[in-house]
Design a protein around this ligand. Sequence first.
Ligand SMILES: Cc1cc2nc3c(=O)[nH]c(=O)nc-3n(C[C@H](O)[C@H](O)[C@H](O)COP(=O)(O)OP(=O)(O)OC[C@H]3O[C@@H](n4cnc5c(N)ncnc54)[C@H](O)[C@@H]3O)c2cc1C
Length: 473
Amino acid sequence: MTNPAISALAEAIGDRHVQTGDDIEPRFRTDLRGTLHAAPLCVVRPGSTEDVSAVMRIATAHHIPVTTQGGRTNTVRGAMSAETGIVLSLDRMTRIDDLDIKSMTLTVQAGAPLQMVQEAAAEAGFLVPLDLGSRGSATIGGVISTNAGGLRAVRWGVAREMVLGLEAVLADGTVADGLKKMLKDNAGYDWKHLMIGSEGTLGVVTRATLRLRPMPATTMTAFCALQSFDDVYDLLRDLDRDMGGQITSFELMWPELYHLVLDHYPERTAPLPRTFPLYVLVEAMGGDPAGDPARFEAALGTAIESKLVIDAVIAQSERERADLWAFREDIGLPMRAKGPMYAFDVGVGLSDIPETVRRTVAAVRTDYPDAFILTYGHAGDGNLHFVIGVGEYNDAAERRVDLAVFGAVKAARGSISAEHGIGLAKRDDLHFSRRPGEIALMRTLKRALDPDNILNPGKVINMDETFTGPVVA
Ligand SMILES: Cc1cc2nc3c(=O)[nH]c(=O)nc-3n(C[C@H](O)[C@H](O)[C@H](O)COP(=O)(O)OP(=O)(O)OC[C@H]3O[C@@H](n4cnc5c(N)ncnc54)[C@H](O)[C@@H]3O)c2cc1C
């Protein structure tokens, strides 16, 4: 017997854009770790905002959960659907509607990959400041729904700072069209900020107007060695001051990661000796080809004189720049070669980073004295990654490591998710980052915008009022 909801979906958006049963492509069930999840009721691939609205109306009428998928680059099972749900893939919605060179804005459908949008803007002489390692797959809707940060947050902030206007479809199919090109709109609630970072639990982002910047004429990149974490603060402040606010990236690497990459790629030339306690990849962008490189060199020279930097290399070509970034970006294969590890993307204030690292390492080593711990992060958004191998890979070990990391994060009033979101994987640990009053407010918002709980249900917040967090002792 044909499912009436599936028939209605096929009629609304076209037969060939609805996949069911064995026709469902594996990619829609596969998360970033490669795990194949149970097949959803169906996958729908709308082509327009009107299609998304029709899907939501049908889902609401039939009480069927809807999980929106972008590039599926999150690690928290945020875009995986239950067997009873609809996967709403925006992979057909990649059109750029408008590139306004006077307002310096770009309006695009939410399924467009970030890199595609960066390239379109670059052709017109503009920069999309948001940049992440997953740029080739992560979509505009995905980066907005997870409030992505990334590699240039020091200067231009995170996704929230770049979204001027938003169009979203609500649970009942209502289209909230807030596509604006202004930086400020004080006419009523700025509701777009509710959608940004809500992981598809409050609405489906269908289009966005992004703020562009003129394409910088210069990019200066250096790899620096520091004697101590305490020098990070002075270095970031002094370099940014001396460069007149041009510092875009400030990537921290503890030596274990640098050694791992060097050992995995022995053919690569080490830019700096292995002997230092901390490495920083720093990048600046500017508009003065005659002056910027010399200013960058002078700023680093001053930092070396004042011993904030012990040693440094500056990229002299685009090739050398890519080689330096490779030490920060080509880390996936070396890590996988070490066997299964537990990965974290936590966030704390810059000043809390050393203590959070110390507490985490101490707590993990209480249970696992020989644990292998890699630490790195984006100083721009306070994002700290731990990748931890403890010699066993099972639920009990994972929980022990989770508690070690989350305990340290809670002590710093930090965030258990600085990148991938909460999704399903971290939902019941939300209380490590959020106070009870905040969680109550989140439940109120969720109930108001999605009374039937059909938008990505089960993700981000546990809606059971009696749930106050798992027993951890
Ligand atoms: C190599 C690598 C590097 C990364 N670097 C960074 C980084 O530097 N900074 C950072 O913040 N993150 C980073 N990430 C994490 C990830 O890429 C981001 O979270 C990204 O924003 C997710 O985009 P996506 O399109 O893949 O979304 P998905 O993974 O498909 O979805 C993420 C969540 O958003 C929801 N969603 C997706 N699209 C929509 C939509 N249109 N409307 C409503 N909800 C939607 C989904 O339901 C899900 O809950 C990295 C990931 C990888 C693999």
